[in-house]
Design a protein around this ligand. Structure first.
Ligand SMILES: *Cc1c(COP(=O)(O)O)cnc(C)c1O
Length: 348
């Protein structure tokens, strides 16, 4: 990469292997179901998540929206974490485009809603009330430092859903980070949910795309919903080819990103003026703060990193920052980051 970019794992460029696979991909018209590379990716994604079928979509947001609109209809309600991506970071699409009413609940330190509160939130049959239809969960949990949530929580959610005839969808944008961090197969997590979306375009390194997976009849319906959202694609096998490489070659190496995040967190923790909670670093994200005593604004700190070493970092408001590791960040880049932060703080 031309710069050392810690802002997100979405910044990853396709790997050389991906570019080659993209150049050579057999393609067809996917709206006719004739793109062999997309068909192969969808089957592979379904196998990895233990579902019957998959649907290639343009983004994680489109996958989640397609899922919600396929599971629920206008005036129905989705129980959802109040700091989850589907509720907070997807422009309110479930409500604005689908008329699905979100019912947000608080989450704990790793992104779990309280199970008793979830159950108490299910609506009874009364003409005044929206009707509960869906529970939305997320893993890993972005707003909780990318925390990986162990499967027993989803087993609990499943029991509630079964008791009340609800459907469970997982926003698994970083599902494989969670699985690798927990050292389990992704399907050990997804077996508890009806459908799941995961992103190919984050830590897995593909340039574009996500896959929505679920039962065959659900995916059949979702294909129509995707079309209605303008998401029908033609010779997109060129994109799916990178996704196949992502699933075959980029999942296990996520452990390297997690190790680099540890290295980064431990390095930062030794610098006076920086605060980082080491125990919250479980996947590829490091959240840290710049102490009030340091006479730099957050903007000046970010600017100094860019000027000194072409290091790009994302601010979270106040004096908090998020650094994300990925394929293009190695141990050397992490060392450079830590050294440069140390230099900047020593100079003020
Ligand atoms: C990135 C992300 C999404 C959405 O993915 P896009 O491809 O950016 O639309 C959904 N959920 C979580 C948790 C994410 O991190």
């Amino acid at each position: 990469m031309d710069k050392i970019d810690f802002r997100s794992d979405t910044v990853t460029w396709p790997t050389p292997t991906m570019r080659e696979a993209m150049a050579n991909a057999p393609v067809g018209d996917d709206v006719y179901g004739e793109d062999p590379t997309i068909n192969q990716l969808e089957a592979l994604a379904a196998a990895k998540t233990g579902k019957e079928a998959g649907l290639f979509v343009a983004s994680g947001t489109m996958g989640n929206l397609t899922a919600v609109l396929s599971h629920a209809t206008r005036g129905e309600e989705a129980i959802v974490g109040q700091d989850s991506h589907t509720y907070l970071w997807e422009a309110g699409g479930m409500a604005s485009l689908g008329g699905v009413v979100p019912h947000p609940l608080p989450t704990d330190a790793i992104g779990r809603m309280d199970l008793a509160q979830v159950e108490a939130s299910v609506r009874y049959d009364d003409p005044h009330l929206p009707q509960s239809r869906l529970i939305l969960v997320e893993n890993s949990y972005g707003d909780k430092q990318g925390a990986p949530i162990p499967p027993d929580y989803f087993a609990g959610i499943r029991e509630i859903a079964d008791r009340h005839n609800l459907v469970v969808h997982m926003d698994g944008a970083r599902l494989f980070n969670a699985a690798v961090a927990l050292n389990i197969d992704a399907s050990e997590i997804t077996k508890h949910v009806d459908s799941v979306t995961f992103c190919l375009s984050k830590g897995l390194g593909a340039p574009v795309g996500s896959v929505l997976c679920g039962a065959a009849d659900f995916i059949h319906k979702a294909r129509r919903v995707r079309k209605s959202l303008g998401g029908g694609m033609r010779q997109a096998g060129i994109l799916a080819a990178a996704g196949i490489v992502a699933l075959n070659e980029m999942v296990e190496r996520l452990a390297d990103d997690h190790a680099h995040a540890q290295q980064l967190a431990q390095g930062l923790a030794r610098i006076p003026g920086i605060s980082v909670h080491l125990e919250t670093v479980k996947t590829n994200m490091v959240f840290f703060g710049l102490d009030e005593a340091v006479s730099l604004t957050p903007g000046e700190f970010i600017e100094a990193l860019r000027e000194k070493a072409n290091i790009w970092l994302g601010g979270l408001g106040e004096r908090r920052f998020r650094a994300v590791t990925h394929y293009w960040i190695g141990a050397r880049e992490v060392d450079l980051f830590v050294e440069t932060v140390g230099e900047i703080l020593r100079a003020v």
